[in-house]
Design a protein around this ligand. Structure first.
Ligand code: CMP
Length: 131
């Protein structure tokens, strides 16, 4: 997912360019937005964490881009490409180092396992919307 900060700052094209040039295949793609309810559902795993309320407010504050990507070793390689959750700790050249401002406004989200990628893919896309 490209988060509201990166969409608002005009980074959709640059981020998708980095993703595809790094060997990821786009399988589904859409510009949409999350209501607070849907953002809360997407991040339900974090509902006991102190940052949950702010995260839900931020993720429902503006449009996002949802995508399903495919690649060998996709989860690990995507996490390397985006860098650390906290952009101040993200390696130079990573997406969060280049485009993110804070731990909430951290430009992108990536699934943390193949299982969660399936769940998150189904959250955003019907079978008809995937190539
Ligand atoms: P994301 O990969 O989308 O998954 C959960 C999000 O919570 C994370 O990126 C951050 O944007 C946000 N977040 C805010 N505070 C924290 C924190 N202390 N630890 C982890 N994630 C946080």
């Amino acid at each position: 997912m490209i988060k509201p900060d990166a969409v608002a700052n005009g980074h959709i094209g640059a981020i998708l360019d980095k993703i595809t040039k790094s060997g990821f295949k786009l399988v589904a793609l859409k510009l949409t937005s999350l209501s607070a309810e849907k953002a809360g559902e997407f991040y339900a795993v974090h509902q006991e964490r102190g940052f949950y309320k702010d995260l839900v407010a931020f993720m429902s504050s503006g449009p996002i881009v949802a995508a399903i990507l495919e690649k060998e070793n996709a989860i690990e390689d995507f996490r390397k490409l985006i860098g650390a959750t906290d952009p101040s700790k993200a390696e130079p050249g990573t997406i969060r180092n280049l485009f993110a401002k804070s731990i909430d406004a951290n430009a992108v989200h990536g699934s943390d396992s193949d299982e969660n990628a399936e769940i998150e893919g189904r959250f955003f896309f019907s079978a008809f919307e995937r190539v």
